[in-house]
Design a binder for this molecule. Structure first.
Ligand SMILES: NC(=O)c1ccc[n+]([C@@H]2O[C@H](COP(=O)([O-])OP(=O)(O)OC[C@H]3O[C@@H](n4cnc5c(N)ncnc54)[C@H](OP(=O)(O)O)[C@@H]3O)[C@@H](O)[C@H]2O)c1
Length: 340
C-alpha cells in the first residue's frame, strides 16, 4: 500500500499526516508531495520524517491511493494523472465535488457512495462537512423540509497564509503599530467580522462558498431540490467553524427528541447545558474529530422548526480527518484493488 499525500506542507496536509500517524494508517509507504519551493523539506510522520518531493510524471507511478490538499488547479491536473497511473485520488479541493461521476462523501453519512467511484473521490467543503454530520441523522429520522445556515468561519479554512495574516494584524493592533495591508482577505480580519467567504462570481449575490454549502448539502443528502439558504461569514478565530442552523422538518421533532437522536449519531457529541454555559465552542472543537452540537431549541416563529449551534474543526473533520477516513473506507471495502 503506497500512499501519496499531495499538498503535504499545507494547513490540511500537515494535519492529514498527523492524523494518519495517530491512526496507524495502513500504508507501507507514504510519500509527501508539495511545490518545488518545499522540495527537500522534512516533515514529521509518526516516529519518522518524510522528505518532500515535487510532483512529476515519474514520481507519481506505483501508488494505490493519493490524498490531495493542494488547491483546485493542482487537483484538476494531477488527480486524473494519479488515477491514470493506477491510484484512487481523494480530493479536498472543490474541483471535482459536483461532477456527477465523482462521489462526494462524508464518512459517517454516505459511505456507500464510494462503491461507484471511478478513480476520483471528493471530500466535501469544510462548512458543508460539519453541517452534514449533524443534519444527516435528522434527515433520516424525520426528513428536512427547509434549511437556513449562517456560518462563523475560522481563518485556517483559507490555509496557512491566512493564519499568519490574522496573527500579524492582531499583533499590530495590540502593539499600536501600523497594520500590514490585508493580502488574503479583502479587509482586515483582526477584531473584525467579514460577511464574505471566498468570492462573488459573475454578479451572483451569493458567494462561491455559499453556493458550495447549498450544492454540496443537496448532493450528499441526495435531495437536489432541498430548499437551502446560506450566509457565510469569516471571523477572527484560528480554527473551528461555527454554524447557526435553522431546520424545518417534515415530521415534528422536539428539542429533547433531537438531542436523543444526535447523541446516538456517529461523529457527533451533544454539548447542550446552556444554563451552565455549556455549548459548543470553537476553542473546544479545535483539535477534536467530533462535531459538537448544542443550543438545540424550538424556533418559536415557525412550525416544526428547530435551531441548532454546530461547531467542528475545519482542518480535522472539515478536511483531513474525513479524507483519511475515506482512505480507510476505500481499503476496508476493497475499493482500491477492485479498480486495479
Ligand atoms: N483549510 C481548510 O480548512 C480546508 C478545508 C477543506 C478543504 N480545503 C482545501 O484543501 C486544499 C489545501 O488547503 P490548505 O488550507 O491546506 O492550503 P495551504 O495551507 O495554502 O496549503 C497548500 C498546499 O498545496 C501545496 N502546493 C501549492 N502549489 C503546489 C504545486 N504547484 N505542486 C504541488 N503542491 C503545491 C503547498 O505546497 P508549498 O508549501 O510547497 O507551497 C501546500 O502544501 C485547498 O483546495 C482547500 O480548498 C481546506
Amino acid at each position: 500500500m503506497r500512499v501519496a499525500v499531495v499538498g503535504a506542507t499545507g494547513a490540511v496536509g500537515t494535519t492529514m499526516l498527523a492524523i494518519m500517524g495517530a491512526r496507524n494508517f495502513p500504508a507501507d509507504e507514504v510519500v509527501a508531495f508539495a511545490s518545488e519551493r518545499s522540495a527537500g523539506r522534512q516533515l514529521p510522520f509518526g516516529q519518522n520524517t518524510l522528505t518532500v518531493e515535487p510532483l512529476s510524471e515519474q514520481a507519481i507511478a506505483g501508488f494505490d491511493l493519493a490524498l490531495f490538499s493542494a488547491g483546485s488547479s493542482i487537483s484538476r491536473e494531477w488527480a486524473p494523472r494519479f488515477r491514470d497511473a493506477g491510484a484512487v485520488a481523494v480530493d479536498n479541493s472543490s474541483e471535482w465535488r459536483m461532477h456527477d461521476e465523482v462521489p462526494l462523501v462524508v464518512a459517517e453519512v454516505n459511505p456507500e457512495a464510494l462503491d461507484g467511484h471511478q478513480g476520483i473521490v471528493a471530500n466535501p467543503n469544510c462548512t458543508a462537512m460539519v453541517l452534514l454530520v449533524a443534519l444527516a441523522p435528522i434527515e433520516r429520522a424525520v426528513g428536512i423540509e427547509r434549511l437556513v445556515v449562517s456560518t462563523y468561519q475560522a481563518v485556517s479554512g483559507t490555509g496557512q497564509k491566512a493564519v499568519e495574516e490574522l496573527r500579524a494584524q492582531a499583533r499590530a493592533v495590540l502593539e499600536g503599530a501600523e497594520l500590514p495591508a490585508p493580502e488574503i482577505y479583502p479587509h482586515r480580519i483582526a477584531f473584525n467580522v467579514i460577511p464574505q467567504v471566498e468570492t462573488f462570481k459573475d454578479g451572483d449575490p451569493y458567494t462561491t462558498e455559499e453556493r458550495k454549502v447549498i450544492g454540496e448539502t443537496r448532493k450528499i443528502l441526495g435531495r437536489p431540490d432541498l430548499p437551502v439558504s446560506a450566509t457565510c461569514v469569516r471571523v477572527p478565530v484560528f480554527t473551528g467553524h461555527s454554524e447557526s442552523v435553522n431546520i424545518r422538518t417534515r415530521e415534528p421533532l422536539s428539542p429533547e427528541g433531537c438531542r436523543d437522536l444526535l447523541s446516538e449519531a456517529p461523529g457527533l457529541a451533544v454539548v447542550d447545558r446552556p444554563g451552565d454555559a455549556l455549548y459548543p465552542l470553537a476553542t473546544d472543537a479545535a483539535g477534536q474529530d467530533e462535531v459538537l452540537v448544542g443550543r438545540i431549541r424550538t424556533d418559536e416563529s415557525a412550525e416544526r422548526t428547530l435551531n441548532l449551534w454546530v461547531v467542528g474543526d475545519n482542518l480535522r473533520k472539515g478536511a483531513a480527518t474525513n479524507t483519511v477516513q475515506l482512505g480507510e473506507l476505500l481499503i476496508e471495502r476493497g475499493l482500491l484493488s477492485a479498480r486495479a
